[in-house]
Design a protein around this ligand. Structure first.
Ligand code: ATP
Ligand code: MG
Length: 263
């Protein structure tokens, strides 16, 4: 593997380190070439947000944690980007929300699914769904190759966590009546707009927080969790996320020395 060392003195070291994780994911067959494009799009929106978890995102993360805990059959969907960026966090989140982990790729490949399963196993995952064709089921509401899901996982799930998801599939999952929770830096994407709960944040910042909320909220009663879940309006959440970007840009446009990120 190539050496992609990032100097800690580089002003954008954090962002570069995340990029390196994805490039290494690509080199080890975990991330697809298309995934790298998706990451670039995410980075652009992260710049606009200020590379911080906003209060707006934090609220959505707490609601998402409550919903996963309330679900009968929660499933965390894993693609090549999240496997490269947050494998340990995915395994922890599955543990603390009692959710299943399912590998589901937009550009399906048995080889890549195996590479992702290996990454998840070394991160501590015991059971991984989506890799055994014996359990494959086709969802007609989805038109892409990604319509194949695991009968024991996404197919029967009531709540699905699909970070960095494609719009068509999100729409298909919503049509099937599933609660769809996503993490998407672009509040304007079709996924962000279609999902039941949209966390407008970088998945590397959102996942650790989601784990913390799950740990904290799993001690609470279902009644309390339901109160948290019901006190949330995704339309309003998205409007606020867009307003925050707008407001930030307005302030930056009127500031002489531009501090581009929140770091
Ligand atoms: P859509 O299909 O939902 O309209 P799209 O076609 O623009 O979106 P996709 O490649 O289908 O994009 O989905 C990937 C999404 O993930 C993009 O909206 C991108 O901004 C977002 N994204 C990329 N990297 C990250 C990240 N690290 N954290 C959170 N979101 C990210
Ligand atoms: Mg898309």
């Amino acid at each position: 593997m190539n050496n992609h060392e990032v100097s800690p003195k580089h002003p954008r070291a954090t962002s570069l380190r995340i990029r390196v994780q994805l490039v290494q994911g690509f080199e080890t067959g975990v991330t697809s070439l298309f995934g790298l494009f998706a990451h670039g799009r995410g980075e652009a929106f992260d710049y606009l947000i200020g590379e911080i978890t906003t209060e707006n995102a934090r609220r959505a993360i707490r609601v998402a944690a409550a919903c996963l805990l309330l679900a009968q059959n929660p499933v965390l969907s894993v693609n090549g980007n999240v496997a490269a960026l947050v494998p340990k966090e995915l395994v922890k989140l599955a543990k603390f929300s009692d959710a299943k982990l399912e590998i589901n790729l937009y550009h399906p490949s048995i080889k890549r699914a195996k590479a992702i399963a290996m990454v998840l196993r070394s991160a501590g995952a015991k059971e991984i769904y989506g890799t055994d064709s014996k359990f494959h089921e086709t969802i007609p509401e989805i038109f892409s190759d990604r319509r194949v899901v695991d009968h024991r996982g996404l197919f029967i799930a009531d709540s699905v966590f699909v970070p960095l998801e494609d719009g068509d599939r999100t729409e298909g999952l919503v049509k099937l009546g599933k609660q769809v929770i996503t993490v998407d830096l672009n509040p304007l994407s079709r996924t962000a707009q279609m999902a039941t709960i949209t966390i407008v944040d970088n998945v590397v910042r959102a996942l650790p927080l989601m784990i913390e909320f799950c740990k904290e909220l799993r001690k609470d009663s279902d009644d309390h969790l339901r109160k948290i879940a019901n006190n949330f309006d995704n339309r309003e959440n998205l409007s606020e996320a867009i307003r925050l970007i707008n407001e930030r840009l307005r302030i930056l446009a009127n500031t002489k020395s531009i501090q581009s990120t929140g770091e």
